[in-house]
Design a binder for this molecule. Structure first.
Ligand code: TXA
Ligand code: MG
Length: 339
């Protein structure tokens, strides 16, 4: 299959026309969102959704997020809309925020991975919503990487993984947020945070009160434990390098990196110049959003550099930092050293 790329920033009408035609025909299209690129297909058509699992090489028990363009599109997908979801949608949507509810019968078990619930998101990206509106369908979409690869933050990375596997990729430039959406479940009370992302725990708690943070957000799942979110039990992207997070100030970090041979540092902006070893930066120490925008790219760069052993500066876990920490600790195989 030939994979065509259309740039929506320069060929807006053509991008919408072509994506709508393919999506209505039950095909899979790579689409930009503000978080990461998605592999989209008609969420109401089982055969279309099955093609996503094939293109991505994804285990069938790992459910997909359904993307909508307006609030009215939510009701048909769920049994009922909990009051807190209305409040959250009103305050945040469109946003990097996915909310889980009991599903309606219209949502197939292929989408929900046989769970009784469905995850729904209204993306903030104007391009993503325009694509959904122009085909007139709710779109099931996981991140547009092969299972086990990093989530793609630009169209080239989607092409690298999906060339020959899907007919069309819509190029909307770099993703603003750079890590996947916040996932929170309202299928239980109090609501449970399953994955931190661009809408922060603090912002949500200020609005709706108590939220339980699932164990898997910060810790490794015990062998044999049941994951609240099936995605959490699968291996996440880690560069080939062996990464350890170092919880310390910069001076101790620098001493450690320079006391050993062949260390590559994963550090904050402005620190590269102060280190005598090889290094890759991943954003401003005090700005979680600048870290999230850079993180997956920085991890890819470590591989390109052929890094073998990496020491990483530790992000703080407040605000957007929680999402950054959650991805980095997985890339590090949960190895953290406090000095
Ligand atoms: O930002 C994002 O969320 C991107 C863009 C494309 O929207 N999508 C994305 O999808 O990251 P994916 O499939 O890579 O991650 C979705 C996560 C998985 O860990 C999955 O297990 C979980 O959400 N999930 C989906 N439906 C669920 C459900 N009903 N119950 C529990 N977890 C669910
Ligand atoms: Mg993913």
């Amino acid at each position: 299959m030939e994979t065509v790329v259309i740039n929506i920033t320069t060929e807006y009408e053509k991008a919408l026309e072509k994506s709508a035609e393919l999506l209505k025909n039950g095909e899979v299209v790579g689409i930009p969102t503000e978080t990461v690129y998605g592999l989209a297909a008609n969420a109401l058509c089982e055969n279309a959704v099955k093609k996503i699992f094939v293109a991505k090489g994804r285990p069938s028990d790992n459910p997909l997020i359904v993307h909508i363009a307006k609030f009215e599109d939510l009701a048909p997908l769920v049994k009922e809309i909990p009051e807190k979801v209305k409040v959250m949608a009103d305050a945040f949507w469109p946003a990097p925020l996915t909310m889980i509810m009991e599903k309606s019968d219209r949502v197939s078990n292929v989408v929900s991975g046989n769970l009784p619930t469905v995850a729904v998101r209204m993306p903030k990206s104007d391009y993503a919503r325009a694509i959904i509106e122009s085909c007139g369908l709710p779109l099931a979409a996981p991140s547009a990487n092969l299972s086990g690869s990093p989530s793609p933050t630009n169209a080239k990375y989607v092409y690298d993984d999906m060339n020959g596997r899907i007919p069309l990729i819509i190029d909307g430039g770099n993703c603003e947020i750079g890590v996947e959406s916040t996932v929170i479940s309202f299928a239980e009370e109090p609501p449970r945070l399953l994955r931190p992302g661009g809408v922060t725990l603090e912002e949500m708690t200020a609005l709706i009160g108590e939220i339980v943070v699932d164990d898997a957000v910060l810790n490794k799942l015990e062998e044999g434990a049941v994951a609240s979110s099936p995605g959490m039990k699968y291996k996440h992207y880690a560069p080939s390098a062996d990464i350890t997070i170092i919880k310390s100030d910069f001076d101790c970090f620098k001493n450690l990196c320079e006391s050993e041979e062949n260390i590559t540092a994963l550090c904050f902006d402005g620190e590269k110049e102060k280190l005598s070893c090889k290094s890759v930066t991943y954003g401003d120490e005090n700005d979680g959003y600048s870290q999230s925008a850079r993180l997956f790219d920085a991890l890819r760069e470590l591989d390109e550099l052929g890094a073998k052993k990496v020491y990483a500066r530790c992000p703080n876990t407040k605000g957007m930092g929680l999402a950054v920490y959650n991805r980095l600790i997985r890339a590090a195989g949960f190895k953290i050293k406090v000095i």
